[in-house]
Ligand binder design. Structure first.
Ligand SMILES: Cc1cc2nc3c(=O)[nH]c(=O)nc-3n(C[C@H](O)[C@H](O)[C@H](O)COP(=O)(O)OP(=O)(O)OC[C@H]3O[C@@H](n4cnc5c(N)ncnc54)[C@H](O)[C@@H]3O)c2cc1C
Length: 309
């Protein structure tokens, strides 16, 4: 496979990449999907997915990833493992450079490299992820019915999600490192008016504690005082970071956060290069829209390739 040329390369094997792979394989395009880890992407980080249609009882992240892969393989998905370290998009033929020195080239490329939540970086966080530490309230809020949860953050996402969580949790404590929120005023007003939300200001979380699941979090305020708060879960909503270290951000005209803007058909600023899923510049990052964009991107690639020949 190394040093080969393809009509279409799909970079990343999360929901966006696997759906792109399904569509490309089913359309019998000359394609190759490249993934550096396990196919499934962030879906593998989540215990249970309740909001992907077609699974009325929900499905584990692992099973959903396996099913997506199996479906693409049924149509002879062509895939390989490899860590792409740089991309040259300056010529009509696009070149991918791999960690081990190999290269690949293609006429069209779909970037599906995804994103990852910005972590707090405190003890207990990694160990308790999926056991009470969550990075997605839209995904996990219903698991906290009648419980007490903490939300960390002060931007729009954190404050909106704190309000959303009150539909399920009895109590939500929003912890922010400053003395005022960054969220827009209307979002703030709604949260302040919600009797289920408490605020702890000028405070950071320094440790997450628990054995089977989250039990307590340790807090440090600006005066240097420490305290503990009993919670059943903690939502870390301090931003999402794009997996973009291998992308030429200038030529792709990345936004201030490093995400890739596209038109509605997923076309980027570079002809023949599409971006789908969490790497796209957008508001909502969910499996269902990543999958939809993967499909759209293949149709855009087909159109681009048809105009080449
Ligand atoms: C904890 C958690 C829970 C979530 N729960 C839900 C939920 O319940 N419902 C929901 O709809 N959404 C949920 N999400 C969001 C959802 O997982 C993402 O929106 C979705 O996975 C995005 O798909 P993607 O294909 O764009 O990117 P990703 O899933 O991030 O996949 C990107 C892939 O690209 C690969 N890659 C990156 N860089 C390279 C490179 N240089 N070379 C080769 N490969 C590379 C990665 O290894 C990865 O496999 C959750 C997210 C998290 C973190």
């Amino acid at each position: 496979m190394a040093n080969s040329h393809h009509k279409l390369i799909i970079l990343g094997g999360g929901p966006a990449g696997l759906t792109a792979g399904l569509y490309a394989a089913r359309a019998r395009m000359d394609h190759l999907l490249v993934e550096k880890g396990a196919e499934g992407g962030q879906v593998l980080l989540t215990d249970w997915i309740d909001n992907y249609p077609g699974f009325p009882d929900g499905i584990s992240g692992f099973d959903l990833a396996e099913k997506m892969l199996a479906q693409a393989r049924r149509f002879e998905l062509n895939s390989m493992f490899g860590n792409v370290t740089s991309l040259d998009l300056s010529e009509p033929v696009k070149r991918l450079q791999f960690e081990d020195g190999d290269t690949l080239s293609c006429d069209s490329l779909i970037i599906c490299s995804g994103a990852h939540p910005r972590p707090l970086g405190v003890p207990g966080e990694v160990e308790l992820t999926g056991k009470g530490v969550s990075y997605c309230a839209t995904c996990d809020a219903p698991f906290y019915r009648n419980m007490h949860v903490a939300v960390v953050g002060g931007g729009n996402t954190a404050v909106q999600e704190a309000s959303h969580l009150t539909k399920f949790a009895d109590k939500v404590t929003l912890i922010h490192r400053r003395d005022e929120l960054r969220a827009t005023k209307i979002v703030q007003e709604k949260a302040f008016a919600n009797s289920k939300i408490d605020f702890i200001w000028d405070t950071t979380v320094t440790e997450i504690k628990g054995t089977e699941g989250v039990e307590r979090i340790q807090l440090l305020n600006r005066n240097g005082e420490t305290s503990e708060l009993k919670v059943d879960g903690i939502f870390v909503l301090i931003g999402v970071l794009p997996n973009n270290e291998m992308l030429p951000l200038d030529i792709l005209k990345a936004d201030a956060g490093g995400f890739i803007p596209t038109d509605l058909e997923t076309r980027t600023a570079v002809p023949g290069v599409m971006a789908a899923g969490d790497i796209r510049s957008k508001e909502v990052r969910q499996v269902v829209n990543a999958a939809g964009e993967g499909a759209t991107a293949v149709l855009a690639a087909e159109q681009y390739l048809a105009n080449l020949s």
